[in-house]
Design a protein around this ligand. Structure first.
Ligand code: SF4
Length: 213
């Protein structure tokens, strides 16, 4: 049985899909992670080189694992043997064929808001890879653009920081954002994607669940 949140998500989804399409995104809504995973795999040609930015949603859905099993050519920075190799993979990922990502927030009027520490994820979303596939639980949808920025800054970013306990940031100490300029900050680049150009390059897979951070 659907939760109340899931019932709401299925009612809200058509409005968000339409808003995203108006802004040039290809957008799809699925009620389950399994259906969404099938769609994501179907959007990636077997000949594509695939890479991704850090995304709990994609990892929890097992997408990278499945791509590896199915023999896709992957650029996986976590497989690097040295920091130099890791940097090299991250640079080459900017020119991969399919780049996978989550998003920190989406406004109901179809704008994506993302915050990045190193910039590699948002750079690839903006330009380079032939296509970008973004997976997002409907919990990422915020009422207005301003609400999406607040979500990215006050919920997603402090939660993301918890994934890296060694980072010396105020949010890793007390769980709230202090708008820091710590050398370890994960909030270096704030990117709003308000229109997808060329049309259809960014494909948004909305899922009617609470997923990711
Ligand atoms: S405290 Fe710093 S690193 Fe943490 S969310 Fe705020 S700006 Fe980002």
């Amino acid at each position: 049985m659907k939760t109340l949140a899931e019932m709401r998500y299925s009612k809200l989804a058509p409005k968000v899909v339409k808003a995203l399409e108006t802004r040039g995104f290809e957008a799809h809504y699925f009620e389950s992670e399994a259906e969404a995973a099938e769609k994501i795999i179907s959007l990636i040609p077997k000949a594509h080189t695939v890479s991704w930015g850090g995304s709990k949603t994609l990892t929890d859905m097992g997408i990278q694992e499945r791509l590896a099993k199915e023999g896709y050519n992957l650029l996986d920075r976590d497989k690097a043997a040295t920091p130099e190799e890791r940097q090299d993979i991250m640079r080459r990922s900017l020119l991969c064929d399919t780049f996978l990502s989550g998003t920190n927030a989406i406004s109901e009027d179809g704008q994506l808001v993302n915050i990045d520490g190193n910039g590699n994820r948002v750079a690839a979303m903006i330009y380079g890879p032939k296509q970008v596939i973004v997976a997002a639980g409907m919990n990422k949808v915020a009422k207005t653009y301003e609400d999406a920025v607040v979500r990215a800054r006050t919920i997603a970013a402090p939660l993301n920081a918890q994934r890296f306990p060694s980072l010396k940031t105020p949010c890793n100490e007390n769980g709230t954002c202090s708008n820091c300029v710590s050398p370890d900050t994960i909030c270096s680049f704030f990117v709003t994607t308000r229109f997808c150009k060329p049309a259809g390059r960014i494909k948004i897979i909305l899922i009617g669940k609470d997923l990711g951070l």
